[in-house]
Design a protein around this ligand. Structure first.
Ligand code: DX5
Ligand code: ZN
Length: 215
């Protein structure tokens, strides 16, 4: 069964505790946390003080998506605030292999996120070392953007290069995921769906999560 990871970026931060409790009460498997530095992406989201509070109330594993340059400088702190899985961007890491092993040594699962323009073939030599690939289906930086259709083809290409080396690889899709494209993404080979606005902007977010889970 595929994994659903609501993205907290789309939550109402004035009632953050209630939003986290909603996710706790839902069929969501993980909680997706978008960290943006205003350098790697043209937006700034939230940092450690917010994550401390998230950790306090969330009962779901924390899936931390780092959209920051030099992520290696902060990995220890993300592990300390409770990250279960940390994804770094391929485009932001000069020594990606080293960074991946730093994440693993901290006891977290390790993921690599790819921008829409980055081909999955760039991961051929590291695919056996990672737990997850996060395919960005929008340009990172903002919630509520339109899904990029080329993602379906990319999932197929990723399944092809990972099949033999890492059959248990988690393939996460992030951006513009909703109840209309969820089934097709799963059929193509995705097994983790991130959803921000389609969950938190829904008047019944628990139901929206359920629909994605049983799409
Ligand atoms: C975009 C973030 C996404 C975002 C998804 O940079 O990585 O996780 O929150 O939001 P939606 O589902 O609204 O596209
Ligand atoms: Zn994300």
């Amino acid at each position: 069964m595929h994994i659903i990871a609501p993205s907290l970026l789309a939550a109402d931060f004035s009632i953050l505790k209630e939003e986290i409790e909603m996710v706790n009460a839902s069929e969501a498997d993980w909680l997706h946390l978008d960290i943006m530095d205003g350098r790697y992406v043209p937006n700034i989201s939230f940092g450690f003080p917010v994550l401390d509070q998230v950790k306090k109330y969330s009962k779901k594993p924390m899936d931390v998506h780092l959209m920051i340059i030099e992520p290696e400088k902060y990995l220890e702190r993300f592990a300390k605030v409770g990250a279960n899985l940390i994804s770094v961007h391929y485009e932001a890491c000069t020594h990606l292999h080293r960074t991946i092993y730093q994440i693993k040594e901290l006891g977290c699962k390790a993921g690599i996120a790819l921008n829409p323009h980055t081909p999955v073939s760039h991961l051929t030599d590291i695919i056996g070392d990672i737990d997850l690939v996060c395919l960005m289906s929008v340009n990172p930086g903002f919630g509520g953007q339109k899904f990029i259709e080329n993602t379906y083809r990319k999932i197929g290409a990723l399944v092809e290069i990972s099949g033999h080396v890492n059959p248990g690889l988690l393939i996460e899709i992030d951006g513009g995921v909703d109840q209309h494209n969820a089934r097709k993404l799963i059929d193509c080979g995705a097994n983790v769906l991130v959803a921000g606005s389609s969950v938190f902007s829904n008047e019944n977010p628990i139901e929206a999560i359920k629909r994605l889970k049983h799409c």
